[in-house]
Design a protein around this ligand. Sequence first.
Ligand code: ZN
Length: 233
Amino acid sequence: MNKEITKMEELQRYIDALLREKSEIDTAQNSIKRMKADHETASEALAIRDKSLKQLKKLTSILEMKLKELDASVAHISEKLHSAQNEKELNAGTNELAGVNKEKGDVEEEILLNFESISAEEKSLASDKDASVNQNEVDKLKIEELTERIARLEAFIKEKEEKFKTGLLDLSPPVRSRFSKLVQSKDGKALVKIDHGVCLGCNNNVPPHEVSQVNAGVVTTCTNCGKYLYSGS
Ligand SMILES: [Zn+2]
């Protein structure tokens, strides 16, 4: 095979590997980003629950103070009832007492319900916080591994870029210029195979005389996509 085509094959392999490594880096970086975002979301959710729990505790202690006041009212009204002068005062006192006792009952019930909620949420929150800490530990290790992997891949890429740069000098100037432009295309392909007369760069048929040229080792480009061709058979 033509020496220049052999060189192009080598250079194309560097580019192919380099693009694979770059895409691996992207995947790793996205995983890291996702883990960090998940961590952020989980922390925010826990903080909101912490805040709600605090509010519920505060509300409950206000209710407990109210309960004390109501207890004092009950004692006060009961005392008044003992010294009632007539039926009217007795009835009024009894009614007042019933009203305050009703309110007391409601407040007591609310306090009990709050205690239950507080205790359940405290348990659930503690277990969710533990789970979150564990998840963070696991993710931290994963992120460390991925970061190391990214650094290794970056070193590989740099190495290949160097080899590519050096290898490019072995191509003749016109081929070198065109080849280095072509590898900057989206798929990074400057050299593509002809498979059964079809250019694998653009999937178009290559005219037979060009196929013959390629087979004979002549440096040829596809008339459709402009990429350099090599014979696959
Ligand atoms: Zn083509």
